[in-house]
Design a protein around this ligand. Structure first.
Ligand code: ADP
Ligand code: MG
Length: 282
C-alpha cells in the first residue's frame, strides 16, 4: 500500500522536525543566539527550497546574529548616554550659527580623527546659542558610529565625584568613566562655588588627558574659569590640559529661543531677526 506508506513517512518527518526545532531553540537559547532563534526556520525553508550549500545557510544566519548584536549594542549605548531627547543634526539649523562649518562638525561626528587620541572639543557661547543641542547631536551621531558617550550636566557629575571622594572611591569612579570614549560636560561654568573647592573636576581632566576625550560647553571662555577650580594655578593647569589637543568653537550668536520667539511675533513675510537692529526689546 504505497499510498499509506507515504502518508506515514510524512507524518514521521513532521514529528521529527518539531522535536528538532524544539531542541534547536533550547540550544540557541543556551548559546545566546536570539536572532538565529527567530530567523533560522525561515532561512532553513529558503535554503531547502533553493538548495543552498550548508555553508551558505550557516553564514547567512550568523551574519544576521552579528548585525542584530551591533544594533542591540548601539541601543544600550544610547540608553547609557542620557542624551537630551530630540537634539539631533536634523533639527539643528546650521544657518543660525554661520561661524560653524557644517562639514567640520560632520567630520567630528565620525569620531575617528579625535576620539582615538583623546582630543577635546570645547563649545563656547552665550546661553541659548545651541551649545547643548550641538553637543547632544554630535554625541548621538558618535553613538550611531559605534562610540560610547555620556552626556551630563557638569554640576551633576561633579556632585557624584564629590560623593565618591567622600567615600574614598574617587579613583574608581573616574576609572569607570573610562569606558566612555567621550564625556560631554554641559555647562562647565555652572559649577557652584562649593563644588569648585574640591578638585574632583581637575582630577577628572588630568585622568583623561591624552587618553579619553571630553566635549565641554561653557557660557564663558576661560576668563571666568577661576570660579570653577580651587585656585588659579589649578585653573591654568586644567585649561592647559584641555586645550593641548582641542578644537575650540565659539558660537557667538543671539539666543535661538529669543530669535525664534521674535520671528513668531513678527509673523511671516517680515525681515529675519538678524536684520533687526539690536534695540529690539527682549
Ligand atoms: P545653549 O546650550 O547654548 O544655552 P541650547 O542648545 O540649549 O543652547 O539651545 C536653546 C534652545 O534652542 C534649544 O531648545 C535648542 O534646541 C534650540 N536651538 C538652539 N540653536 C539652534 C539651532 N541652531 N537650530 C535649531 N535649534 C536650536
Ligand atoms: Mg546649554
Amino acid at each position: 500500500m504505497p499510498h499509506r506508506y507515504r502518508r506515514d513517512r510524512r507524518c514521521r518527518m513532521s514529528v521529527t522536525n518539531t522535536v528538532d526545532a524544539a531542541r534547536l531553540n533550547l540550544l540557541l537559547n543556551e548559546l545566546r543566539l536570539p536572532a538565529i532563534k527567530v530567523l533560522w526556520a525561515q532561512f532553513a525553508e529558503q535554503s531547502d527550497k533553493e538548495g543552498w550549500p550548508a555553508g551558505r545557510f550557516l553564514a547567512t544566519i550568523a551574519e544576521h546574529e552579528i548585525a542584530e548584536r551591533g544594533r542591540r549594542r548601539i541601543e544600550r549605548h544610547l540608553v547609557e548616554a542620557r542624551l537630551p531627547a530630540g537634539k539631533t543634526f536634523d533639527s539643528f539649523d546650521f544657518e543660525a550659527v554661520p561661524m560653524i562649518s557644517k562639514a567640520q562638525v560632520m567630520a567630528l561626528a565620525a569620531g575617528d580623527s579625535w576620539l582615538g587620541k583623546g582630543a577635546n572639543l570645547l563649545l563656547f557661547g552665550p546661553p541659548g546659542g545651541g551649545k547643548s543641542h550641538l553637543a547632544a547631536a554630535i554625541g548621538l551621531a558618535l553613538i550611531e558610529n559605534g562610540w560610547r558617550v555620556l552626556f551630563t550636566r557638569t554640576t551633576d557629575l561633579v556632585q557624584k565625584l564629590q560623593l565618591a571622594r567622600r567615600e574614598l572611591n574617587l579613583e574608581a569612579a573616574i576609572n569607570r568613566l573610562d569606558r566612555f570614549d567621550l564625556l560631554i560636560l554641559d555647562d562647565l561654568a555652572y559649577v557652584t562655588k562649593d563644588q569648585a573647592e574640591t578638585s574632583v573636576l581637575f582630577e577628572l581632566i588630568s585622568a583623561r588627558y591624552e587618553r579619553r576625550s571630553m566635549l565641554i560647553t561653557a557660557n564663558q571662555p576661560f576668563g571666568e574659569w577661576n570660579r570653577v577650580f580651587p585656585d588659579p594655578a589649578m585653573t591654568l593647569a586644567a585649561i592647559d590640559r584641555l586645550v593641548h589637543h582641542a578644537t575650540i568653537v565659539e558660537m557667538n550668536v543671539e539666543s535661538y529661543r529669543r530669535r525664534t520667539a521674535l520671528e513668531r511675533k513678527r509673523g511671516p513675510g517680515r525681515p529675519p531677526s538678524h536684520a533687526t537692529p539690536k534695540t529690539v526689546a527682549d
